[in-house]
Design a protein around this ligand. Structure first.
Ligand code: FAD
Length: 306
């Protein structure tokens, strides 16, 4: 079962209950993705054993706590059948908001979770214990210290998705992170466009970015099949070229498995897509949820300043 854990944190880092949420997920055989609101504690989360992937979710809403706004920003990334959060004031608020957005049940303050989705929780102010079978999808909050910590020793990949409405900020962060990891001796960069570019003439925007950073321009199969102006020699993917650049920027590309087959081993992947549910965000190290019309001009001007 795919389990999404919403990390519980303060400004100083992860709260210990996050390892307990992962421990509970592992105890029922879950494959766990941890979402770190505001990016807090993502490297700590990746070191927890049993975590398959960490997504550092950034966005301007994470500056102050508002459960509904945080839930909205996390929603498209919370893809597990089971969503676990801590039964802390914040966790309960996010859990209730996520459940309302997704129109699924929420079970608060759970103290026991067993395979088969048997959950236990105190009711009537702790005077009785309720045991019930729940069906997924659902959101469950777990009481701190009711579950064993998952041990350290993990090394899960950390991706970043920026849900910010501020495209400029998202682009600057993406560039800062990319240049942190890129080695000058391997400055091979590809910027690829998909059908989301809308028209072949719009590839001129990709060419302009490519000229600034010395990149090659690639394309998805949908782009080369749809538009005669985009040659098949540009196609990246299973039936196109397999590439392993240091930086791969995917623009308006959904991230179909056949496209991923050709580029997912790129060292650093930045994705720009207007659909927060696009599968490309599953492999992206940095995702910008925006139209290319909004994002590319900012990308161009920021790159030109470097
Ligand atoms: C046997 C086989 C082999 C294949 N080989 C390959 C291959 O080698 N390479 C390959 O790429 N595909 C390949 N495909 C095709 C693949 O399955 C997908 O159909 C293709 O990758 C989709 O291309 P796309 O993402 O550009 O288009 P779409 O699936 O149409 O996605 C367009 C994306 O653009 C986004 N978008 C739309 N407007 C905007 C905007 N204004 N700003 C930002 N984002 C926007 C949308 O949200 C969407 O995610 C193959 C398929 C088969 C069956």
């Amino acid at each position: 079962m795919d389990v999404t854990v919403i990390a519980d944190s303060t400004a100083d880092g992860l709260n210990p209950v996050t390892a307990q949420l992962v421990g509970a997920a592992s105890s029922i055989g879950g494959t766990t993705t941890v979402l770190c609101p505001g990016g807090v504690g993502s490297s700590q989360a990746s070191a927890i054993s049993g975590v398959a992937k960490v997504i550092s979710v950034e966005g301007d809403c994470f500056g102050t706590f508002e459960g509904g706004a945080w839930a909205n920003a996390l929603n498209s990334l919370a893809t597990g059948e089971l969503i676990l959060a801590a039964a802390s004031p914040r966790g309960r608020d996010i859990a209730a908001s996520l459940a309302a957005i997704r129109k699924i049940p929420v079970i608060q303050d759970v103290t026991g979770l067993e395979a088969g989705m048997v959950v236990t929780r105190p009711i009537y102010s702790g005077k009785a214990i309720e045991t019930s079978n729940v069906s997924t999808p659902c959101v469950i909050t777990l009481r701190a210290n009711a579950f064993d910590d998952a041990p350290e020793g993990g090394s899960a990949d950390v991706g970043t998705v920026n849900q910010s409405a501020d495209v400029g900020l998202a682009v600057k962060e993406a560039l800062a992170k990319a240049s942190e990891r890129l080695d000058v001796t391997e400055a091979d960069i590809i910027i690829s466009g998909g059908r989301g570019m809308g028209d072949p003439s719009n590839f001129s925007h990709l060419n302009e970015v490519a000229d600034i950073i010395g990149a090659a321009v690639g394309a998805s199969r949908a782009a080369v099949d749809t538009w005669d102006e985009i040659p098949h020699s540009m196609q990246v993917g299973q039936t196109g070229k397999t590439v392993t650049p240091s930086l791969y920027i995917a623009v308006g590309i959904s991230g179909a498995i056949q496209h991923l087959a050709g580029m997912k081993t790129s060292k650093y992947i930045v994705a720009i897509n207007k659909d927060p549910d696009a599968p490309i965000f599953g492999v992206a190290d940095y995702g910008i949820v925006a139209t290319w019309e909004d994002a590319l001009p900012v990308l161009k001007s920021e790159l030109a300043k470097l």
